[in-house]
Design a protein around this ligand. Structure first.
Ligand code: PEP
Ligand code: MG
Length: 317
């Protein structure tokens, strides 16, 4: 059994009908790259950079410290692509005790992720420069969390340009990056045309997309029974995002928990998803599902699932 699993680790994830599927790792620290490689990931689909910022007393990591950390992740992945997400601080990932005990009644709806970054452009520019510099050492994708407004997209893109100009002025080398946006607020999933005009790829954050679509706090046990990845409204937003990206030839992946849950693999394949990012420990189980899937049969079935009032019952039928 152990040998079989080791063999599976090096088996490419290809469906029975020959569709190539990309299984990527979610990581929190540069050192996690080793585990991602070991699990057979073909890249990092989500490096949650906020973990470099959390739980520190005093100063945030400066450009040099961040650059070294991102560079370690990139080098640790040995030439495979690494998607670095700018900080998603706030709500369930407070920077420190004062933010945790802050006065916001709804931190998940508050100053979080890109909102927090745009609120402190000097800090954001520091991170952007560090990521661009790490891109000189390998294939880096730059991913922005929690965008919902056209004005946030505009500000973000102009700060990225500004970060490049600063590095040019300093004569510091940096590399090219593909630019991506998280689709994790329903408003974003309803404005795909705008997002696809500005970004090279999209990454669906189902953890937050479910939370915000259903108004269910993802961390509140009292409503956990209502937190439903298979709610028809959630599936509609996920399906539309995948379909629109595929139609325009843009990259799309799912990096929320849903991507690592093997019981959802066939549905996502049927909806046209070919890139999944998850905790490294989940890669083998998802790969097993991929290897025994036939997407030509899954596609019409997935359409029936998302058109149903009760998708879970069609799934288990
Ligand atoms: C998500 O929201 O699905 C996601 C991947 O981001 P995080 O869990 O870090 O909020
Ligand atoms: Mg999220």
């Amino acid at each position: 059994e152990r040998e079989r699993l080791t063999r599976l680790r090096h088996t490419p994830a290809i469906t029975m009908d020959g569709q190539k599927v990309e299984l990527l790792a979610n990581i929190e620290m540069p050192e996690d790259a080793a585990g991602a490689i070991k699990a057979g990931a073909v890249g990092v689909g989500l490096f949650r950079s906020e973990f470099l910022f959390m739980g520190r007393t005093g100063k945030l990591p400066d450009e040099e410290e961040q650059y070294q950390a991102y560079r370690r992740a990139v080098e640790g992945m040995r030439g495979l692509p690494v998607t670095i997400r700018t900080v998603d601080i706030g709500a369930d990932k407070p920077l420190d005790k004062s933010q945790k005990d802050g006065t916001s009644l709804n931190p998940a709806l508050g100053l979080r992720a890109i909102r927090w970054s745009l609120n402190d452009p000097a800090m954001f520019l520091t991170q952007l420069r560090a990521i661009l510099r790490a891109a000189a050492h390998g294939q880096v994708n730059l991913l922005i969390p929690m965008l919902a407004h056209a004005s946030e997209i505009r500000q973000t893109l102009s700060l990225i340009d500004f970060a490049r100009a600063e590095l040019d002025n300093r004569g510091v080398p940096y590399g090219p990056v593909k630019l991506g946006a998280m689709i994790e607020i329903p408003a974003a999933a309803l404005m795909l045309k705008l997002f696809l005009k500005h970004f090279d790829f999209l990454s669906i954050g189902t953890n937050d997309l479910i939370q915000y679509t259903l108004a269910i706090d993802r961390a509140d046990e009292a409503v956990a029974h209502l937190y439903d990845p298979l709610h028809p409204a959630v599936l509609r937003l996920v399906a539309d995002t995948i379909a629109e990206c595929n139609a325009q030839g843009k990259g799309v992946s799912v990096c929320g928990e849903m991507a690592g849950d093997a019981s959802h693999t066939r549905l996502l394949l049927g909806l046209g998803l070919r890139s999944f990012s998850m905790h490294p420990a989940q890669i083998l189980a998802v790969k097993q599902e991929v290897l025994r899937s036939d997407t030509s049969r899954l596609q019409p079935w997935a359409q029936r699932v998302i058109e149903s009032d009760d998708p879970a019952s069609v799934l288990s039928a």
